[in-house]
Design a protein around this ligand. Structure first.
Ligand code: AMP
Ligand code: GLY
Length: 425
């Protein structure tokens, strides 16, 4: 069987690697892929854009792929699944209607309210209601959270510590700082606690959570400085016990899938719940994503014992409920992200990357994100360059192993955090 993976990040490298562990998968095509998928046996990159739906549909038809896996949110929000399904191509990833759970925060909030899912109190305002939004913020006071409704590459959220910050965030959105993503804005109660990501597989009826993970979003050690796409991650985080994961399944994931069904949305793929575990032990939804997390995938998949291919096929064939429980390796996984110096601000590209084989010889997995193969040489091509994952007996072991592998890798101006996993040590 051939599978087509759409995307070019560390997440897509990890997905392709895991799919190829199943003997039934003979080939994975990556559109457009990266330096890691270019050099992995049985994997082939295709220089196509993730929003070239006609091209992707044609390629999938010609190759007769078993199904398409869509990594990033943007093509999902633009309707890639609808385009593929229109030609009877199976897709692991929700339709445009389903992807609204990520592409519109106001839509997701309304769905959560309908489903009775615990989440922060909030109110939505459109561009004509800026003064109402400001009055609301003044009434609830700081700290408070202001969000652009649409996709804003992770930059549309301001956690305002003061009223002034909140009001200026509203002005920014109203002035068009995030373009159409700010046509609506959401003001939300501030929640404190620890953030946990629960990625769950669903065929639209049954929903099965994967191991809970925690990522480190800020660039600096001690979780300081500006937010990034994620500088490191570990799983299974003890912050959410197995009993609490079951509770999340019953009280958050299942009601959400039921509410989607009520809206006529047959949701197949990953429902990713970004959760806050409050100091009182309550679990509330901060946001939903319509896809696998990056870098969460790079820590969760290495622990997965059940073939990913079987799970995804069961999702697209609507028989996830008939599969036995997912099996996991014992122990823990830690992924350390190696980035280009300067990220998340500006940084240089095209730096030669060395030492990957030496890192892999330690037993670690090196997932590529911003890398490219140029004249048979591996060079940097993005902010987050590599995700180095190690599986260990416990977190101490996994942390030591992943950093031992990281130290084998070099590129000019390389930056990584040295404290991944500090919160649970
Ligand atoms: P979102 O894209 O909605 O997940 O927001 C991005 C980040 O902002 C989250 O990962 C949190 O760190 C933070 N955040 C979002 N909503 C809240 C909230 N209600 N209370 C506290 N922090 C939040
Ligand atoms: N790691 C956060 C995300 O994938 O959205």
């Amino acid at each position: 069987m051939k599978v087509l993976v759409v995307g070019n990040g560390g997440r897509e490298h990890a997905l392709s690697w895991k799919l190829l562990q199943s003997e039934k998968v003979t080939k994975v095509f990556c559109i457009p892929g990266n330096g890691g998928t270019a050099t992995m046996p049985k994997c082939q990159n295709l220089a196509m854009s993730v929003d070239d739906f006609d091209g992707i549909v044609r390629f999938a038809l010609v190759q007769g792929v078993a199904f398409v896996v869509v990594g990033p949110e943007l093509p999902l929000a633009l309707g890639i699944t609808d385009a593929l399904q229109a030609q009877d191509i199976a897709v692991f990833g929700p339709t445009q209607a389903g992807a609204q759970i990520e592409s519109s925060k106001a839509w997701a909030k309304a769905l959560m309210q309908e489903a009775g899912v615990p989440t922060a109190r909030s109110a939505a305002f459109d561009r004509t209601q800026v003064e109402d939004a400001k009055a609301y913020v003044k009434a609830v006071g700081a700290p408070v959270v202001v969000k652009a409704d649409g996709l804003a590459a992770g930059k549309g959220v301001t956690v305002a510590r003061t009223l002034e910050e909140a009001l200026s965030a509203i002005d920014g959105i109203a002035r068009g700082q995030f373009g159409d993503a700010g046509n609506t804005l959401v003001v939300e109660e501030f929640l404190s606690g620890q953030e946990v990501s629960v990625l769950a597989l669903t065929d639209g009826e049954t929903i099965v959570p994967l191991l809970p993970a925690q990522d480190h979003k800020p660039i600096g050690e001690g979780d300081t400085g500006p937010n990034t796409g994620g500088m490191g991650v570990y799983a299974p985080t003890p912050v959410l016990s197995p009993e609490q994961v079951k509770q999340v399944q019953r009280e958050i994931l299942e009601p959400t899938i039921a509410a989607l069904r009520q809206r006529g949305i047959d949701y197949c793929g990953v429902l990713y719940a970004g959760l806050m575990v409050t100091p009182e032990g309550e679990v509330k939804v901060l946001e939903f994503n319509c896809r696998f997390g990056d870098p969460e995938t790079q820590a969760v998949l290495p622990l997965l014992e059940t073939p990913l291919y079987e799970l995804m096929l069961a999702c697209v064939e609507k028989r996830l409920g008939q599969l036995p429980a997912i099996e996991w390796k014992k122990g823990a996984a830690v992924c350390v992200v190696m980035a280009s110096g300067g990220y998340p601000g500006s940084y240089e590209k095209g730096k030669l990357v060395e030492g990957i084989l030496e890192a892999e010889e330690t037993g670690a997995l090196v997932f590529h994100a911003g890398t490219q193969l140029k004249q048979q040489q591996l060079v940097t091509s993005g902010g987050r360059v590599l995700g180095v994952t190690a599986v260990g007996e416990d977190f101490e072991d996994a942390i030591a192993k992943s950093y031992a592998a990281v130290e084998k890798i070099e590129f000019e101006n390389c930056y990584y955090r040295r404290d991944i996993g500090y919160r649970i040590r």
